[in-house]
Design a protein around this ligand. Structure first.
Ligand SMILES: Cc1cc2nc3c(=O)[nH]c(=O)nc-3n(C[C@H](O)[C@H](O)[C@H](O)COP(=O)(O)OP(=O)(O)OC[C@H]3O[C@@H](n4cnc5c(N)ncnc54)[C@H](O)[C@@H]3O)c2cc1C
Length: 555
C-alpha cells in the first residue's frame, strides 16, 4: 500500500489533537511545528500540497522593501528578521541574492533617495546581508549590458533572498518533515465542513480521487485554506474578525535573459516593482497586481502583454520577447487580510497590510489563518503552536526546533561519502551545479539514501527524463516518499520541470514513460494521458521499462 492510501486509512481511526485543512505554506509549517513539538496532527489538502497559491509566488524571501513606501516599518523589520532567520537555517535552500535596480529619468523618486532607502532597509535587517551599492548609468551598462540604460537616471544594488528550488518544493519539505515526526498527511482529500460535538471537531472529508467520504476527529481545527479560508469558515459556521481580499499576480518564464545570478528590478509603467528573476537555466519575469473578486484566476492576454511590453521596454534584447518565448506561466492571488469588505475596496494595494492574522475561537478551539507570506513561515508555525498549547493541547517537546536543515555534521558526512564515491563525476554536462549540492538541497539527509542506492546500482545516477536533471533514484524516492498522485504533482511541484521545459519537449522526452511507470506502475499511461490530454492521438512508448532498455542496449 502506498503512503497516501495508508495515511487515508489512518485518518478516520484516531482522534487527533489537531486537524489542519490546507497544505499550502501556512498549513505545512503549522503541521511541521506542531508534530515536531509532539502533537498528534493530521493535514489534508483538496489539491496537491502547495497546489494553489504557494506554487505561484515570486520565490522571494524578502523583507518587503516596497512596504517602506507605505510606512509599514514594523512589517518590514519583522520580514527582514524572518528573512535572515531563513537564510541562516536553510543555507542551501534560501540564498542571499542581489537586486540590481535601474531607475529611469523622471521617476517619482531620485536614485539617491532610493539608495538611501536601501541603507535604511539594510539597517532594518541588522546589516545581515551585503551592503547596498549606488550605480551611475555607465556602471549599469558595464555590469548588466542587457539593461537598456539609455534613459536611466542611475541605479543601485541591495540584497534579499530567494528560494533556489521553488516555492512548492520548499512547502513540501515542511510537509515531509511533519510526516517524519508522525503527522498523518494526505493530498487530494477535501474538507466538506466540520461540526463541533462536545469537545471534538468532526470534519467530513472526501477522497477527491475516488469520491469516498469519511470523518476525521480532532480536538482543534485549523483553517489554513488560504484564499478559501472564508469559504471554509462558512462551511463550519465560524465568524471571524478578518477576511480575505485578493490581488492577482502573474509570472512568465522565458529563456534565460542574463547569465548573472541576480534579480533585475525596475518600476513598471504602473509604478510598481517588477522583477527579472533567475530560475535555473530560465528567467522568470513579473509580476502584476490586480484586484480580483475570486481566487480562481488565469493569465489573460492583457497580463501577458503588460509583462512583455514592460520587459521589452527596459531590456536591450536581440529580439523583443514575444508570446512564442513563453515557456510556462504562473498565476495566483495574494490573500490579503482585511477587516471588512470596505477595506478590500481601496484602490492602492500597498495600503493593505501584508501581515498575517490568526483569528482564534477559543470556546470552540478553532484557528483561522489569514494572509501570510513564505518569508514569514517560521513565525506562523511558532504562533500556531503557542495558540494550540494555550487551548490545552499538550506539547511535550515545546522547545523542539522544528525547522532548519540538518546539523552541519550530517551535511559534512554526506559530502564526505559523496566525495569518496565521486558522485560529482555523474553531474550531467548541462547542469549548472554539482550533483552533490543539488541532491543535498532537494533531499537533505534523505540524500544519504540516494548515495547508498547509487553505490549499489550506478544506473540509479543516470538522468531518467532526458532534458531534465532528474536521476532514476530521485524518481524512485519521489514514488516512495513524496505522495505523487498525478503527473503534475511531480512535474510542477516536487520538481520544477514543467516550469523550465516546454510542454511538448516534456511530452516527447525520452524516459518520461519510464518515470511514469516508476511513479504510477500500471496506471502509467492513464496518468500520462491525464496530464497530456492533447497527446491522445500519439501513442507513447509504453512497453515495460525492461524491454525498452533491452532495445536501447541492442542499439
Ligand atoms: C503572484 C504572487 C507572488 C508572491 N510572491 C511572494 C514572495 O515572493 N514571497 C513571499 O513570501 N510571498 C509571496 N507571495 C505570497 C504567498 O505566496 C502566499 O501568501 C502564500 O503562498 C499563501 O499560502 P497559504 O498556505 O495561506 O495558501 P495556499 O497556498 O493557497 O494554501 C491553501 C490550501 O488550502 C487548500 N484548501 C482550500 N480549501 C480546502 C478544503 N475545503 N479542504 C482541503 N483543502 C482545502 C487549497 O487547495 C490550498 O492548497 C506571493 C503570492 C502571489 C500570488
Amino acid at each position: 500500500m502506498d503512503l497516501r492510501e495508508s495515511n487515508i486509512q489512518k485518518l478516520p481511526r484516531a482522534t487527533f489533537d489537531v486537524l489542519i485543512v490546507g497544505g499550502g505554506i501556512n498549513g505545512a509549517v503549522s503541521a511541521a511545528a506542531l508534530s515536531g513539538k509532539g502533537a498528534r496532527v493530521a493535514l489534508i489538502d483538496r489539491c496537491d500540497f502547495a497546489g494553489f497559491t504557494s506554487q505561484q509566488s515570486s520565490n522571494l524571501i524578502w523583507g518587503g522593501i516596497k512596504y517602506l513606501e507605505s510606512h509599514d516599518y514594523r512589517l518590514v523589520r519583522k520580514l527582514c528578521l524572518s528573512r535572515n532567520h531563513l537564510i541562516r537555517n536553510y543555507p542551501s535552500r534560501v540564498k542571499e541574492i542581489r537586486f540590481f535596480s535601474t531607475i529611469e529619468k523622471g521617476f517619482r523618486f531620485h536614485p539617491l533617495f532610493l539608495w538611501a532607502g536601501t541603507w535604511v532597509y539594510w539597517l532594518f535587517g541588522n546589516g545581515f546581508t551585503q551592503i547596498p551599492r549606488l550605480f551611475f548609468k555607465r556602471t549599469i551598462q558595464r555590469e548588466e549590458p542587457v539593461v537598456d540604460a539609455s534613459n536611466a537616471a542611475g541605479g543601485f544594488e541591495y540584497s534579499d533572498a530567494y528560494l533556489h528550488d521553488n516555492d512548492s518544493r520548499f512547502v513540501f519539505q515542511f510537509v515531509r518533515s511533519a510526516m517524519d515526526r508522525g503527522c498523518i498527511a494526505a493530498n487530494y482529500v477535501e474538507s466538506l465542513g466540520a461540526r463541533r460535538e462536545g469537545d471534538i471537531w468532526i470534519t467530513r472529508a472526501r477522497n477527491v480521487i475516488d469520491g469516498r467520504e469519511f470523518e476525521i476527529r480532532s480536538k482543534v481545527l485549523i483553517n489554513a485554506a488560504g484564499p478559501f479560508a472564508d469559504d471554509h469558515n462558512a462551511l463550519t459556521g465560524e465568524q471571524t474578525e478578518h477576511h480575505h481580499a485578493f490581488s492577482k499576480g502573474i509570472h512568465l518564464i522565458v529563456p534565460r535573459l542574463t547569465p548573472n545570478p541576480r534579480i533585475l528590478t525596475f518600476f513598471a509603467d504602473d509604478g510598481r516593482l517588477f522583477f527579472v528573476i533567475p530560475m535555473g537555466v530560465r528567467t522568470c519575469i513579473g509580476t502584476t497586481d490586480t484586484r480580483v473578486e475570486s481566487p480562481l484566476t488565469e493569465v489573460t492576454d492583457k497580463d501577458r502583454r503588460f509583462v512583455l511590453d514592460n520587459i521589452n521596454k527596459r531590456l536591450k534584447l536581440e529580439q523583443p520577447l514575444t508570446y512564442a518565448d513563453i515557456i510556462a506561466e504562473r498565476c495566483g492571488v495574494r490573500p490579503l487580510v482585511v477587516k471588512s469588505a470596505a477595506d478590500g475596496n481601496v484602490r492602492d494595494w500597498l495600503q493593505l497590510s501584508r501581515k498575517h492574522e490568526i483569528d482564534v475561537n477559543r470556546a470552540k478551539a478553532h484557528l483561522s489563518i489569514f494572509g501570510g507570506k513564505l518569508t514569514d513561515c517560521v513565525n506562523v508555525g511558532d504562533e500556531v503552536s503557542n495558540i494550540v498549547a494555550e487551548l490545552g493541547v499538550a506539547l511535550p517537546h515545546r522547545n523542539y526546533k522544528w525547522y532548519g536543515e540538518p546539523h552541519p555534521s550530517v551535511r559534512e558526512e554526506y559530502l564526505h561519502q559523496a566525495k569518496l564515491m565521486n558522485l560529482d563525476g555523474y553531474t550531467s554536462p548541462e547542469s549548472i551545479e554539482t550533483l552533490s549540492s543539488r541532491l543535498w538541497r532537494r533531499y537533505d539527509q534523505q540524500a544519504l539514501e540516494l548515495l547508498a542506492e547509487i553505490r549499489e546500482d550506478p544506473r540509479q545516477a543516470e538522468v531518467l527524463i532526458k532534458g531534465t536533471d532528474y536521476l532514476r533514484c530521485e524518481i524512485q524516492l519521489a514514488k516512495r516518499q513524496e505522495m505523487i498522485v498525478k503527473l503534475e504533482d511531480f512535474l510542477r511541484r516536487r520538481s520544477k520541470i514543467a516550469l523550465v521545459v516546454r510542454r511538448e519537449e516534456i511530452r516527447n522526452a525520452e524516459g518520461l514513460m519510464e518515470a511514469c511507470e516508476i511513479l504510477f506502475e500500471d496506471q502509467a499511461q492513464e496518468k500520462f494521458a491525464e496530464y497530456f490530454p492533447e497527446a491522445t492521438t500519439r501513442s507513447p512508448d509504453v512497453r515495460p521499462a525492461e524491454s525498452r532498455r533491452a532495445a536501447v542496449d541492442a542499439v
